[in-house]
Design a protein around this ligand. Structure first.
Ligand code: AMP
Length: 135
């Protein structure tokens, strides 16, 4: 069965999309640790990040860098942190999280509750920056 992220990539279930290229896709995490918390996934459905073949692995990290540069333009933060867990969704993904302290990337703490409007505004701001940087 297709993963929930494959369904998002195919547009079968909604997401707050940030950007995509031929092989990768980025969208807001629905249970964010911080405003701008983004997931970057390969379109090819592979469970474990370290099973992703080298070329796609490099593309995924290059794309993550481009997305992170857009996030930091929109969300005030000291830097964009990066984390990989994969304990919940068996489709490789990278978390990009705006952080100001170690606490901001603590996955066991309560997640933010954002309204649909807030998610839309954040996604649209980051998307516009991504497009500006990568036009
Ligand atoms: P993990 O697999 O442990 O890295 O966690 C999966 C992440 O995916 C969690 O942070 C979830 O909030 C996020 N997530 C799960 N379903 C969705 C969805 N439909 N849209 C956006 N993010 C999701």
């Amino acid at each position: 069965m297709a993963s929930i992220f494959t369904k998002i990539i195919k547009g079968e279930i909604p997401s707050y999309k940030i950007a995509e290229n031929d092989q990768c896709f980025a969208f807001l995490d629905i249970n964010p640790l911080a405003k701008g918390h983004t997931l970057v996934v390969p379109k090819k459905e592979i469970d474990y990040l370290f099973d992703v073949e080298d070329e796609l692995y490099r593309l995924l990290f290059t794309f993550s860098k481009q997305v992170a540069k857009a996030i930091e333009k929109v969300i005030p933060c000291e830097r964009v942190g990066i984390a990989v867990l994969g304990l919940e969704v068996p489709h490789a993904h990278i978390h990009l999280i705006p952080i100001n302290s170690i606490y901001d990337i603590e996955f066991s703490r309560p997640k933010l509750k954002l309204s649909e409007e807030e998610f839309k505004d954040i996604a649209s701001g980051i998307r516009q920056e991504y497009e500006k940087i990568n036009q």
